[in-house]
Design a protein around this ligand. Structure first.
Ligand code: NAP
Length: 316
C-alpha cells in the first residue's frame, strides 16, 4: 500500500473541484486533486453552455471542461484521473496539527490530509419503472449528447420539466424527427428562455401532467406507457428512445458517516463550504444548494480553497 501526505485532498475534478484547485494553487496550498473518471464532470455531456460569462460563442460543455483543465495544467496542477477514492476515515490524536486529519484510501493507496474538499457531484435519478433496467442502453438513456445521434430521424421522448430536460429536448430536435416532452405537471420548471424556445419548436410536443408507467420492448425500446394524472388514463407512445432527466442523486456516500446530509443525501454546508465535520468541505452539485450551475460550482470551489487557506493559518 502506497502512502501520500498532503495538506488538502480535492476529490472530484468537475467545475467545483477544478475551481478549488485553481484557487488552492493561487493560495500556495499543498494539495492533490483526484478524479475517478475523466476530468470535467457532468458538463462533458452537455451539448451547449450559453450562460458562462465571457463565453458567448456556442461552446460545448466538453470544450469548457477542456478549458478548465488547460487552465489547471498551465498552473502546473496535475489532475490524477481514473483515480477512485473508496473510503475516508478520520484519524484520532494526530500530532503537529490542532485540527482533524483524514485517511482517504483507493485500491492500493492511502492519502493523509488535513482537509478534504468533496467535489464528487451527482448522478442522474432514475424513474424506477417496469422495463427501465432491462432497456437501459437499448433506448433508455440519460445522455442525449452521447446517444442522441443513434436515433437520427426517429421519434423519441424526454421525461422531466427542468432546465436539463428542456435543453436536451431542444438539442435532440437537431437530430430526430420528433420529441415528446413528458412532464408530470402542467408547467415547466425550466428557465423562461428555455421554455420559450421549446414552445416555439415545432418538433417538440408537450405531454403534460403525465408520468411514465412502463418501458416496452424486447431487444430495444419500442414504446412507453404513460398515465395522465388528471384523468387516470394510460396510453402507449411509440418511441425509439426515452431520455430521462428527472433530477439528480448526490455522490455523497464517501462521507455519509462523517458529515451531516440533508433529507435527500446532499451534504449540508455553510457559506464557506464547511460541513459539520471540521476539515471536510463540500462544493458543487454534491452539496445542498438552491442552484446547480457551472458558475455556482466553480464559485463554491474558489470559496472553499480561500477559506481553507485561513483554516490552516488558524490551526497552525
Ligand atoms: P431539476 O431542476 O431537479 O428538475 C427535475 C425535473 O424532473 C423536474 O421538472 C421534476 O418535476 C421532474 N421529476 C422529478 N422526479 C420525477 C419523477 N419521479 N417523475 C417524473 N418527473 C420527475 O433537474 P435538472 O433539470 O437536471 O436541473 C438540475 C440543476 O441544474 C438545476 O439547478 C438547473 O437549473 C441546473 N441546470 C442548469 C442549466 C443551465 O443553466 N443551462 C442546464 C441544466 C441544468 P417537478 O418540476 O414537478 O418537480
Amino acid at each position: 500500500m502506497k502512502e501520500q501526505k498532503t495538506d488538502l485532498l480535492i476529490i472530484g475534478a468537475g467545475p467545483g473541484g477544478l475551481g478549488a484547485a485553481l484557487y488552492a494553487r493561487r493560495s500556495g496550498l499543498d494539495f492533490i486533486i483526484v478524479e475517478k473518471n475523466m476530468a470535467g464532470g457532468q458538463i462533458i455531456n452537455t451539448n451547449l453552455i450559453e450562460n458562462y460569462p465571457g463565453l458567448m460563442d456556442n461552446i460545448s460543455g466538453f470544450e469548457l471542461a477542456q478549458k478548465f483543465v488547460e487552465h489547471c495544467r498551465k498552473l502546473d496542477i496535475e489532475i490524477q484521473e481514473y483515480f477512485p477514492i473508496n473510503s475516508i476515515e478520520q484519524l484520532e490524536n494526530q500530532p503537529d496539527f490542532s485540527g482533524n486529519v483524514f485517511r482517504s484510501s483507493g485500491e492500493d493507496i492511502s492519502i493523509y490530509s488535513r482537509a478534504i474538499i468533496i467535489a464528487t457531484g451527482a448522478k442522474p435519478s432514475r424513474l424506477k419503472v417496469r422495463g427501465e433496467a432491462e432497456l437501459m442502453g437499448k433506448g433508455v438513456s440519460f445522455c442525449a449528447t452521447c446517444d442522441g445521434a443513434l436515433f437520427r430521424d426517429k421519434v423519441v421522448a424526454v421525461v422531466g420539466g427542468g432546465d436539463t430536460a428542456v435543453e436536451e429536448a431542444l438539442f435532440l430536435t437537431n437530430l430526430v424527427k420528433k420529441v415528446y416532452l413528458i412532464h408530470r405537471r402542467d408547467e415547466l420548471r425550466a428557465c423562461n428562455m428555455l421554455q420559450c424556445r421549446a414552445k416555439e419548436n415545432e418538433k417538440i410536443e408537450f405531454i403534460w401532467s403525465s408520468i411514465v408507467e412502463e418501458f416496452m420492448g424486447n431487444e430495444k425500446l419500442e414504446a412507453v406507457i404513460i398515465k395522465n394524472k388528471n384523468n387516470g388514463k394510460s396510453m402507449k407512445l411509440d418511441v425509439s428512445a426515452v431520455f430521462e432527466y428527472v433530477g439528480w442523486q448526490p455522490n455523497s456516500e464517501l462521507v455519509k458517516h462523517l458529515v451531516d446530509l440533508d433529507e435527500k443525501g446532499f451534504i449540508a454546508t455553510d457559506t464557506t463550504m464547511k460541513t459539520s465535520k471540521e476539515g471536510i468541505f463540500a462544493v458543487g452539485d454534491v452539496r445542498t444548494t438552491p442552484f446547480r450551475q457551472v458558475i455556482t460550482a466553480v464559485a463554491d470551489g474558489a470559496v472553499a480553497s480561500m477559506y481553507i487557506d485561513k483554516y490552516f493559518m488558524e490551526k497552525g
